[in-house]
Design a protein around this ligand. Structure first.
Ligand SMILES: [Fe+2]
Ligand SMILES: [Fe+2]
Length: 252
C-alpha cells in the first residue's frame, strides 16, 4: 500500500538513490569517434555480439518497470525511488546501443537467429514476485557486465571501450541495489522460495549455453569463446549466490 507521507528512513537505499541521480550522463558524454580503427570483420562480429545485450537492456527496462510498482505498493518507497533512477540508466543503455549500431554501420542479428534471447526474456517475465524479479535482474546485470567487460578489454581505445567502461559504472550500482534488496528479503523467505531462485539461475544458464553456441563464430573473430564467457559469468554468479547465502561454499 502507498503512503502519502512515508517516513523514508532506509538510508542505504536513499544513499544509492542520490548516487544514481548524481551519476546520470547523456549520449553527449561519450566521444563517438575513432571507429575507423576497428576492422570491418570485427565490426560485423560486434554487431552480432551486442544483439543480446541490446535486447537485454530493453528487458531490463521492462524488469524495472514491473518490479517498481510491486515494491512501492508493498510499502517500500526507498528501494522504489532507487529503481526509478535505475530505469533511466537502462533506458540510456538501450539508447546508446541504438546509436552505436548507427556509428559502427552494422546491424544486430535478426531475432529469428537468436531465439534464446526471447526464451530468456520469457523466462524472466514469468515471475510475479519482486524477489524473483530482482534476482533475475541481478543475473541479467552480470550477463551485461561480462559482455561489456569483454568489449572494454578488446576495444580499449575506441568508442566501444569508452561506452562499455561508462556503462559498467552504472551496472555496478545496479548490483549494489540487488545486493541490498536481496539481503533484506532473503531471510524472510522459506527454503522452497529460495530454491526457486536457483531453478531460475539454472534455467537462465541453460538458455545462455545455447545462445553461446549461436554466437561462437562471432566470438572467435574477437578471440573470445562461449566457454570463456560462460565460465566467467558462472563464477561471478556463484560468488553472489554464496554471498547471499543461497548455498553454502561447500555445496557449489
Ligand atoms: Fe543496462
Ligand atoms: Fe543494469
Amino acid at each position: 500500500m502507498i503512503h502519502v507521507d512515508p517516513s523514508m528512513t532506509d538510508e542505504e537505499f536513499l544513499r544509492l538513490f542520490e548516487k544514481g541521480i548524481h551519476a546520470q550522463w547523456g549520449t553527449d558524454a561519450i566521444d563517438w569517434g575513432l571507429v575507423e580503427t576497428i576492422p570491418d570483420a570485427k565490426k560485423e562480429a560486434l554487431g552480432h555480439l551486442i544483439t543480446p545485450v541490446y535486447l537485454g537492456e530493453q528487458t531490463a527496462m521492462l524488469g524495472v518497470s514491473s518490479v517498481l510498482p510491486m515494491i512501492l505498493t508493498g510499502g517500500h518507497p526507498e528501494p522504489a525511488l532507487y529503481l526509478a533512477s535505475m530505469g533511466l540508466d537502462e533506458a540510456r543503455h538501450f539508447r546508446n546501443l541504438n546509436h552505436l549500431y548507427r556509428v559502427l554501420g552494422v546491424e544486430p542479428l535478426a531475432s529469428r537467429r537468436l531465439p534464446e534471447m526471447w526464451r530468456y526474456h520469457a523466462r524472466l517475465l514469468q515471475k510475479h514476485d519482486p524477489v524473483q524479479w530482482v534476482f533475475g535482474i541481478l543475473i541479467s546485470d552480470l550477463f551485461a557486465k561480462t559482455f561489456y567487460g569483454g568489449f572494454a578489454d578488446r576495444f580499449p581505445d575506441s568508442v566501444v571501450g569508452r561506452l562499455s567502461r561508462r556503462t559498467l559504472q552504472d551496472e555496478a550500482r545496479h548490483q549494489a541495489f540487488s545486493d541490498r534488496y536481496l539481503n533484506r528479503m532473503l531471510p524472510t523467505m522459506d527454503p522452497d522460495a529460495k530454491h526457486e531462485l536457483l531453478v531460475l539461475r539454472d534455467d537462465l544458464f541453460r538458455i545462455m549455453e545455447r545462445l553461446g553456441e549461436r554466437l561462437r563464430g562471432s566470438m572467435e573473430v574477437l578471440d573470445w569463446s562461449p566457454e570463456e564467457f560462460l565460465t566467467e559469468l558462472w563464477d561471478d554468479t556463484e560468488k553472489w549466490v554464496r554471498r547471499l547465502g543461497l548455498v553454502s561454499a561447500t555445496e557449489v
